[in-house]
Write a protein that binds this ligand. Structure first.
Ligand code: G16
Length: 568
């Protein structure tokens, strides 16, 4: 059947500015007349000369509105001269799997439909993100171009009568305006599984889980939080690695995540924490809605902070066949992430890069062969096997290390701290604030930390003195393309390596979220057994290191608290 595209007049929206990772808004915003259509058209127009004949991967985390969005993308892509789309069956693709598919097929890019760890459902969030040909999130120059196009859009092109069936695996070919247009519906798991089998030693992990290695089974509990990782987890952990079926839970992707907030941390993955505290599991893992974030627990819910996870992985990458083949290059972390990995880099004589928050900043370093591993405090860990962070990969990497070292998770951490010292890392989130007072607070704080005389000030807390080494608003110059990104968060670095960071979140769907990150370093083994994790609801003054006494803590807390009070 021969189909024709039409042009539809539209009015531009002024708010389609992608944040840290794509455009994230309430579902109801995307459901406004032509809102989704406009943004998809802006993404395609931004491809410029690459658009005609381009090939894209499309999929999402299964949340509410993914199916509608996939249908629109197919119709709009066909009208814009895209030649082929690979679409996950039923619109399902984890973010890491989509990144892998872009690279495997040499696609022009991909469109990821997710609001990541934000709740889903008609009254919650949706998101659209564009990934470039290396498989990673589009860099700032691309997203700025998309935003600029969206602001002056007057029409979009669509093939209203094109009906592709995304429920069945197979290829459908259409003739649109005399050109051929193909939609290939693919199994979401198959290619990703093949990649994982190339990276990890599956038979060795299987032996660990079954007990063939030590004489008793190593019991895992994996919680997909009703997000997209369910089909991947069931296939990998149960079918391939032989874990009992009841060791994976919440593995059916649901449009509203079954009411869960699919963010794998101690607060929102409490079900996993409780199960590990009660049960006799050796290992727990949870993933977020789109499968790029991970949380790792050991016996009795021993919590591995993302900061420690990155450092331990860096220290043990040679346990993993992929890195034995490729060699271990450098490491990278986002600026607010605790500095534990820095010490590993020094010990191993590897390059270490500190980039702004956002996975997109790791892409160039990976493409240039400068880093093998990177991570963020926001429960993201990944390697250069793809260009997104990868939750399931992180769990398999940890199991590889446990298998190789023959030690449980908690022992691996204690040994790591004994060797390198320990970074106590905590993050405090102030959500749902009004934008203007938060912006004002950040300006006032910036004036404080960059004032003459701030460097060298002695601050005492918890009986310990900290000397300010640097106060700034973090700026990053990409060592590969030399692009400069400014105003990425306020830093106060101390001479012993401890650090305070303030920044505004770039992933919220409305209002402002203030994040305060505290990283304090302890070399003294007597302190290493202390609990790093203060309740997520705790105020900064409860933190063990930076309590009320020093001027800095007092001033910053007042500013944060005043700003929050002025919003209620
Ligand atoms: C996204 C990015 C991450 C980043 C995080 C920060 O995560 O992909 O690289 O660390 O946002 O979020 P915020 O700006 O709120 O601190 P995700 O998992 O939401 O895509």
């Amino acid at each position: 059947m021969s189909l024709k595209s039409v042009k539809v007049a539209t009015k531009a929206y002024g708010d389609q500015k992608p944040g840290t990772s794509g455009l994230r808004k309430a579902v109801k915003v995307f459901q406004q007349e032509n809102y989704t259509e406009n943004f998809v058209q802006a993404i395609l127009t931004a491809l410029g000369e690459c658009l005609k004949g381009s090939k894209l991967i499309v999929g999402g985390d299964g949340r509410f509105y993914v199916r509608e969005a996939v249908d629109l993308i197919i119709k709009i892509a066909a009208a814009n001269g895209v030649s082929k789309l690979w679409v996950g069956q039923d619109g399902i693709l984890s973010t890491p799997a989509l990144s892998a598919l872009i690279r495997q097929h040499g696609a022009t890019g991909g469109i990821v439909l997710t609001a990541s760890h934000n709740p889903g459902g008609p009254d919650h969030d949706f998101g659209i993100k564009f990934n470039i040909a290396n498989g990673g999130p589009a860099p700032d120059a691309v997203t700025t171009n998309i935003f600029n196009i969206s602001k002056s859009l007057r029409e979009y092109s669509i093939v209203p009568d094109l009906a592709a069936d995304i429920s069945k695996i197979g290829t459908q070919t259409f003739t649109v305006d005399g050109r051929s247009f193909t939609v290939e519906v693919i199994d979401p798991v198959e290619d990703y599984l093949r990649l994982m089998k190339e990276i990890f030693d599956f038979p060795a992990i299987k032996q660990l889980l079954s007990g063939a290695q030590t004489g008793s089974p190593f019991k895992v509990l994996v919680n997909s939080m009703n997000g997209v990782t369910g089909p991947y987890v069931d296939r990998i952990f149960v079918v391939e690695l032989g874990a009992p079926a009841d060791n994976t839970v919440n593995t059916v992707p649901l449009e509203d995540f079954g009411g869960l907030h699919p963010d794998p941390n101690l607060t929102y993955a409490a079900e996993l924490v409780d199960a590990l505290r009660r049960g006799d599991y050796d290992f727990g893992a949870a993933f977020d809605g789109d499968g790029d974030r991970n949380m790792i627990l050991g016996r009795k819910a021993f919590f591995v902070t993302p900061t420690d996870s990155l450092a331990v992985l860096a220290d043990n990458l040679d346990c993993i066949p992929y890195f034995r083949r490729t060699g271990v290059k450098g490491f990278a972390r986002s600026m607010p992430t605790g500095a534990a990995v820095d010490r590993v880099a020094v010990a191993k004589n590897k390059e270490l890069f500190v980039v702004p928050t956002g996975w997109k900043f790791f892409g160039n370093l990976m493409d240039a062969g400068r880093i093998s591993l990177c991570g963020e405090e926001s429960f993201g860990t990944g390697s250069d096997h793809i260009r997104e962070k990868d939750g399931v990969w992180a769990a398999l990497a940890w199991l590889s290390i446990v298998q190789h070292l023959g030690k449980p998770v908690d022992q691996i951490l204690r040994d790591h701290w004994a060797k390198y010292g320990r970074n106590f890392f905590t993050r405090y989130d102030y959500e749902g604030c009004a934008v203007e007072p938060c912006d004002r607070m950040m300006s006032e704080l910036e004036a404080l930390v960059t004032a003459p005389g701030f460097v060298g000030r002695q601050l005492t807390a918890g009986g310990k003195s900290y000397t300010v080494r640097l106060g700034d608003n973090f700026q990053y110059r990409d060592p590969i393309d030399c692009s400069v990104t400014t105003k990425q968060g306020l830093r106060v670095l101390f001479e012993d390596g401890s650090c305070l960071v303030f920044r505004l979140s770039g992933t919220g769907s409305s209002g402002a979220t203030v994040r305060l990150y505290v990283d304090s370093y302890e070399a003294d083994p007597a302190t290493h057994g202390e609990d790093a994790q203060v309740s997520a609801a705790a105020k900064p003054r409860q933190h063990r290191a930076f309590s009320l006494s020093p001027e800095l803590a007092w001033e910053t807390q007042c500013l944060v608290i005043c700003s929050i009070q002025s919003t209620v």
